[in-house]
Design a protein around this ligand. Sequence first.
Ligand code: GDP
Ligand code: MG
Length: 318
Amino acid sequence: MNSPEQRQEPTTAEAPAGFKAGFVAVLGLPNAGKSTLVNALVGRKVAIVSPRPQTTRSRILGIVNRPRAQIVLVDTPGIHLPRNALGRMMVEEIERGTEGVDLAAYMVDATRDFGPEDVRALERVRRFSGPAFLLLNKIDRIEKARLLPLIELYRQQREWAEVLPISALTGEGLDVLERLLIDYLPEAPPYFPTDQFTDQPERFLAAEIIREKAMLLTRQEVPYSIAVVIDRYEEAERRVHIQATILVEREGQRGILIGRQGAMIKKIGTLAREELEWLLGTKVFLELYVKVQPDWRDNPAVVSHLDWRRQFERLSRE
Ligand code: GDP
Ligand code: MG
């Protein structure tokens, strides 16, 4: 059972004999380190990362290209109970993220204790019938003695094809993980051109980078009230012109994002522009606006507008 939009026809007929390729869903509670892992394996940033839970809102593919394999990682939003239209879209993204994948990697923040939310999250992993890896992440921050009892608890929940302690941040254990992932993938030609590292169009990557910086610089409820819409994305000869609107839910949040004499929005713009220039390898001219869209997280129309796949479909029709 393959989801048609994720599973494309293999792209080349000339893959070397024994080439392996397939999809791996990266699952786990918010903040486990899923996006950090995807970025580390891909070797570039495809998904934004923040210390705040529920930063990832939609499913993103990170493509790992190696001489004899292509691992397509599906980064998903953290498993949580939805509270609004945005939350429901995120949970739907998790469901779609596990459709048609070859393998699942369930990621755990090993610095945390096992709790009821883990049981709930594992419920979803149990519904996946293929092989699943258990990844105990953030081992750079724990005593190794903690691992065994933790692994025992997880073993009672499901059968794990492999159990690996890793640090997505320092890279510890990632070479072993990569090798094992490839071992479990079927023989197949690559699904994407082997120079491609994500399925996310650059304009939406730009929106995510802006959102990451805005989340990084704000506090309390503000980070979750932020959405970014790209109004204009034009590639000129030696630079990209990006015009974007940051949506917030309240007038007060708009004030915070703009800051005293525009200091905050300027800082967000500078950080985002610097990173985009590095990612895109070109000069970027970035124009940012802030707009109040009351309670957009409860509004299915706005939430659906933020889903880049739907936006992309609309753009391609225009
Ligand atoms: P996600 O919600 O599962 O996608 O988690 P993120 O990748 O956004 O990471 C959440 C937070 O955990 C960020 O602050 C990361 O820097 C941090 N983090 C991720 N992996 C590690 C790790 O291996 N070690 C440590 N110490 N922190 C990590
Ligand atoms: Mg994430």
